[in-house]
Ligand binder design. Structure first.
Ligand code: GLP
Length: 248
């Protein structure tokens, strides 16, 4: 895993944008695996700003998202579909029909997981963007998820529900289950870019980079990926013991 430590969140977002830009410049019809959460917001803002200023086009870009809450409609402002439109898709010229996410209202969840796995197999991702949960989860793969698992439904842990409650009016409104790509789907991407910001991620980052590779810390699987970049700000990297590249 290539580790880049930045002094702050703004620099992290700029470095992440550089990685994303390189992928898009090389391949204007690239498949981008995208993520929700607050961590990628700075990157998405830079993509939107760059599109506005330079006219960089996303018309041939395709996007697949990691996960979606179970039981929320795409119009619900807490759904990840809504999040992606609001924070990125509506601000660039990507075609909405080229953007994919699990259907939170699918009547048959098992069928929906199979549909999504087939879609992912047909659209190999050139890059997969990730954040990391405080317990080391990636997408909604909670500790204990087998590494060979594909898209599945998951019961969210109390800690993830509590961490995500900040986006809802009350903790009772946070869905208790979600669809998520599995570790195997994530690992299949050609390149992985994982971002981590803030002190509350420091323990998870330490385990991911320097700990044992174990399903108890889902992000540790990324140590095995041939092309994975972690960009962490100084707070998220504060418990790392190794000597890593510092970017200004
Ligand atoms: C959620 C999402 C993850 C995300 C994580 C961290 O659980 N399913 O994809 O990485 O939260 O979120 P944040 O970036 O807001 O800290």
């Amino acid at each position: 895993m290539k580790v880049i430590i930045t002094k702050d969140y703004q620099t992290l977002s700029k470095k992440a944008f550089d990685v994303m830009k390189e992928v898009i410049e090389k391949k204007p019809d690239a498949v981008l695996g995208l993520a929700t959460g607050s961590t990628p917001l700075g990157l998405y803002a830079l993509m939107a700003e760059d599109h506005l200023k330079t006219g960089r086009s996303y018309r041939d870009i395709r996007a697949v998202n990691l996960d979606e809450y179970y039981g929320l409609s795409p119009e619900n402002d807490q759904s990840y579909r809504y999040f992606m439109r609001h924070n990125l898709f509506d601000k660039i010229d990507i075609l909405l029909e080229n953007t994919h996410i699990e259907n939170g209202l699918a009547a048959d969840p098992a069928e929906e997981c199979a549909r999504y796995n087939a879609l992912l197999a047909a659209m190999p991702r050139d890059i997969q963007l990730l954040g990391i949960g405080e317990n080391g989860h990636i997408a909604f793969n909670e500790p204990g998820t087998p590494f060979d698992e594909e898209t599945h439904t998951v019961k969210l842990t109390e800690s993830t529900i509590a961490a995500n409650a900040r986006f809802f009016k009350s903790i009772d409104e946070v869905p208790r289950a979600a669809f998520t790509m599995g570790p195997k789907n994530i690992f299949d991407a050609k390149k992985i870019l994982i971002l981590a910001t803030g002190k509350n991620k420091a323990q998870a980052v330490r385990g991911m980079v320097e700990g044992e590779v174990t399903p108890d810390l889902p992000a540790s699987l990324l140590q095995k990926h041939p092309d994975c970049i972690l960009i962490a700000d100084s707070e998220a990297a504060s418990l790392l013991e190794g000597d890593y590249h510092k970017a200004e």
